[in-house]
Design a protein around this ligand. Structure first.
Ligand code: PEP
Ligand code: CO
Length: 453
C-alpha cells in the first residue's frame, strides 16, 4: 500500500488512547517492543485468512471467544487450560452439529486494552482516570494504579508471549487429554428444560463411532492440521505499531496476533484505527453496531478490503436482541449489493449488556441466544449465512451472566463475579450455548430434520 507505514495513523484523529505523563518513557518502551521477536508467524496469519475465506463460503465456521479483558495476574496454567478446554468442547459440539470444521480463535494472548465510555471514574467524590486494561494501567482505585505506565506495554507483550507459548504446547501435546469426553462437566444438563435435546446431541457425539474412534486413533478428520488462533482488539496503536513487521515479500503484518479487530468505538472512517488497520495484511475484523450506517460500512469495506479479497474482512455485528432486525438486513443488503463476500460473525454479547440494581454489569443467556437466533435467520432468509460467532466467555465457574441451565439470577451474581469489564458466559453457559447454536443452525437449514436422531 503506497504511502502507508505502521506509524501513519499518527497523523489521524486518535481516540481511546492512554495519556502517558512521560513521553520519553513511552518512546523507549515502543523502541524496545519494536526489537522483540514476533509472537505469531506470517504463515499462520495467511492460513487463518484462508480459513476465514472458507467460512465465508460456508465450508467452515468460526468460533471466537475469550475474556472481555485478560488480566496479567490470570496468566497461569489453570486459567489457560480452562479457556482452551471450553473452546475445544464448544468446537466439538459445533463441529458435529454443523457438520463442518470449526475455526477456533481465542480472544487471548493479547486482549489487554479496553475502550471506555468515560475517560474518568468518580467514586465518593474522588475522580481518577478509568481503568483501560492491564496493558495501560491497573484497576485498583488509587492515583498510582490508574496512572498509565509504559512498562505495562512490555509486560503485556511478555504475558501474551507466555500465554501463547502455553497454548501452543497444550494444543500440540495435550490435545487428547484436554478434549477427553469423559472429563466434561455435564451436570448442568440435568437442570435444563432442554435436557433431552442436549442429551441427544451428546449421545450423537459419543455414539456415532467417529468421535471416540477418531480420538483413539488421533485422527479426528477436521482437526488433523488444526491449530488455535488468537485475536484481540487493535486498540493501543503504539503497541500494535511496534509489533507490525514487514515480510520478505514487502507486506506488513501485525505479528502480535493472527486477527486484530477494530472495535465499535474506533471504527469511524477517518479514525487512526482504520488508518492503521488498512495497511496490514492480516485478516481484519470490524465491529459494527446500531450507529453504523450502510454507507459507512460500504466505505469501511472499500478502505479495508478494496479488492474483496477472500478471507480479508470479517464483519462482527453487535446490535442487541431488540435492535438486530432494524439494522442487520440493511447492512447485509448493502454489502451483497456490492457483490462483497465478507465473513458475517455475530457478537451477541455487547448489545445485550445491562446493569442490575446492585451495580453488576450482566447479560442474559436468553437475550444472547435471541440475538444469535435472529442473526442466523436474517442471513439465511437473505440468501447468505452466519459464518461465525463471537463470545465473551471463560472456562471458570463465574457468575457474571444470568440465565442458562442453572438459571443464575440477579441475586446470584455476587457469588463469583470476577470480570473487571464485561460479563462473560461461564463454562457451563458456554457449552450450553454451543448446543443451542447447533440446534438453531440445523433448524434454519432444514426445519423438519435434526441430525441428532
Ligand atoms: C469488546 O469486544 O470487548 C468491545 C469493547 O466490543 P465493542 O467494540 O463491540 O463494543
Ligand atoms: Co467486552
Amino acid at each position: 500500500m503506497l504511502n502507508w507505514h505502521p506509524k501513519s495513523w499518527q497523523a489521524s484523529q486518535v481516540s481511546q488512547q492512554a495519556k502517558y505523563p512521560d513521553r520519553e518513557q513511552l518512546d523507549q518502551a515502543i523502541k524496545e517492543l519494536s526489537g522483540l521477536p514476533p509472537l505469531v508467524s506470517e504463515l499462520e496469519i495467511d492460513q487463518l485468512k484462508q480459513q476465514i475465506a472458507r467460512a465465508s463460503r460456508g465450508e467452515t465456521f468460526v468460533l471466537q471467544g475469550g475474556d472481555c479483558a485478560e488480566l496479567f495476574r490470570e496468566c497461569n496454567s489453570n486459567s489457560i487450560e480452562n479457556k482452551l478446554k471450553i473452546l475445544l468442547q464448544m468446537s466439538f459440539v459445533l463441529e458435529k452439529g454443523l457438520n463442518k470444521p470449526i475455526v477456533k480463535i481465542g480472544r487471548i494472548a493479547g486482549q489487554y486494552a479496553k475502550p471506555r465510555s468515560s475517560e474518568y471514574e468518580t467514586i465518593n467524590g474522588v475522580t481518577l482516570p478509568s481503568y483501560r486494561g492491564d496493558l495501560i494501567n491497573q484497576s485498583e482505585f488509587t492515583q498510582q494504579a490508574r496512572a498509565a505506565s509504559p512498562d505495562r506495554l512490555l509486560k503485556g507483550y511478555s504475558f501474551a508471549s507466555l500465554t501463547l507459548n502455553y497454548l501452543r504446547t497444550l494444543f500440540d501435546n495435550q490435545y487428547q487429554e484436554l478434549s477427553d469426553f469423559n472429563a466434561w462437566d455435564l451436570d448442568f444438563i440435568g437442570f435444563s428444560p432442554n435436557k433431552e435435546d442436549y442429551q441427544r446431541q451428546l449421545n450423537s457425539l459419543k455414539n456415532n463411532g467417529s468421535y471416540e474412534c477418531n480420538m483413539a486413533l488421533q485422527i479426528t478428520p477436521f482437526h488433523l492440521k488444526d491449530r488455535i488462533y488468537t485475536c484481540h482488539e487493535a486498540l493501543h496503536l503504539h503497541y500494535e505499531q511496534a509489533l507490525t513487521r514487514q515480510s520478505k515479500k514487502g507486506k506488513w503484518y501485525n505479528m502480535s496476533t493472527h486477527m486484530p479487530w477494530v472495535g465499535m468505538r474506533t471504527n469511524q472512517l477517518d479514525s487512526a484505527h482504520i488508518e492503521y488497520i488498512k495497511g496490514i495484511d492480516n485478516p481484519i475484523a470490524i465491529k459494527v453496531g446500531p450507529n453504523t450506517s450502510a454507507t459507512q460500512l460500504l466505505h469501511l469495506a472499500d478502505i479495508i478490503d478494496p479488492d474483496n479479497s477472500p478471507g480479508r474482512l470479517t464483519i462482527i455485528t453487535r446490535f442487541g436482541e431488540n435492535n438486530i432486525y432494524r439494522h442487520l438486513p440493511q447492512l447485509v443488503n448493502a454489502i451483497t449489493g456490492q457483490k462483497r463476500t465478507p465473513l458475517w460473525c455475530c457478537d451477541p454479547m455487547h448489545g445485550n449488556t445491562k446493569v442490575t440494581g446492585s451495580g453488576h454489569k450482566t447479560r442474559n443467556f436468553d437475550a444472547v441466544l435471541s440475538e444469535l437466533s435472529s442473526a442466523i435467520e436474517i442471513h439465511h432468509t437473505m440468501g447468505g449465512h452466519l459464518g461465525g460467532v463471537h463470545f465473551e466467555l471463560t472456562g471458570e465457574n463465574v457468575s457474571e451472566c444470568m440465565g442458562g441451565a442453572r438459571n443464575i439470577e440477579e441475586k446470584d451474581l455476587a457469588r463469583a463475579y470476577k470480570s473487571l469489564v464485561d460479563p462473560r458466559l461461564n463454562a457451563e453457559q458456554s457449552l450450553e450455548m454451543a448446543f443451542q447454536i447447533s440446534q438453531l443452525m440445523q433448524r434454519s437449514f432444514n426445519p423438519a430434520i435434526s441430525n441428532f436422531r
